[in-house]
Design a protein around this ligand. Sequence first.
Ligand SMILES: Cc1ncc(COP(=O)(O)O)c(C=O)c1O
Length: 384
Amino acid sequence: MIEEAERIKNLPTYLFVEIDRMKEKEGKDLIDLGVGDPDKPTPVHIIQAMKDALGEKENHRYPSYEGLLRFREAVAGWYKERFGVKLDPETEVLTLIGAKEGIGHLPLAFINPGDVVLTPNPGYPVYQAGTILASGEPYMLPLLKGNDFLPDLDSIPESILKRTKILFLNYPNNPTGAVCPVEFFRHVVRFAERHNIVICHDATYSEITYDGYRAPSFLQVEGGKDVGVEFHSLSKTFNMTGWRIGFAVGNKEIISLLGKVKSNLDSGVFRAIQYAGITALASDKTCVKEMQVVYKERRDILVDGLDDIGWRVVKPKATFYVWIPIPPKYTSIEFTKTLLRHCGIVTTPGIGFGKYGEGYIRIALTVDKERLKEAVERIKGLQL
Ligand SMILES: Cc1ncc(COP(=O)(O)O)c(C=O)c1O
């Protein structure tokens, strides 16, 4: 008899696996606003860099564990230019097989059984899953509208803080679309120093911003690099979700320990992909600006369209997600099913991001304008 390990039993089914099952059952002309996977192609100059790198036989061999120094230098260069933060590419940058991989593995470097990890709720499910896989205990930090979707760190009981090793944060935020002021990061640094906690800030959506807003880096604030690391991804910034490349930057001890875990589990990112990543980070960022314009237009079509039918939805300043409160008579799963059955629209139920996501659904702006207009029309016809 094959028996699964306790830590696997404790893992929920990955949210989007369940949604895919629901979609298969429906099968009609669906408008998929579920998973946050950019619909536009990777920019051509990045694809060309990959093609060029493929011809070099050196690139077909095992890559180095920590990533090409040239890739890490490109990361450091981008950080300096974008955030004014100086990083040592040798010790303060680590290449990842996507941010998900680094986030999922990080708790293995710090957590002993029973140690606590503070995880935002609603939140990207991997913070919790990585904690459970490391035999740690996730402690939910509610992200509520009344708090501008920022966690209330001062309300965490002392008994929990004593056992806490890691705090995950994520701004601009998935799923709420919220952003955070730099002052909050300053508060987090003091909190981390006081309680000796490793800060892991997930900045995957830092480049998807609108209306002149520029997202800050956690490492920009004084003391940030002493207490934490920041995760980034090329997935959303450059429409490269399938390529699997991201990076962690910041405190060199934390980077080194994450690197130690990884060197025992994976063998790095295909070198040709890293060369494409260098081109992405080091080239002119017109493609990023164009991407922002595309999502902004879509955001406005959706939010203004829903506003016309009386749905009061906040326009996010960042991310390609819109976090929508639903009528109280529905659970978020029921509402998702209603939209799927009656409108052929796939959305994500808030509960899928944790208990405090109940009462909301998330829409991803990853279909073109015409399809979004069609989605709004279909929703207008819905009898609630
Ligand atoms: C908050 C957040 N962090 C990390 C990731 C994963 O990014 P990557 O594709 O680099 O693994 C995602 C992807 O959806 C995300 O929403």
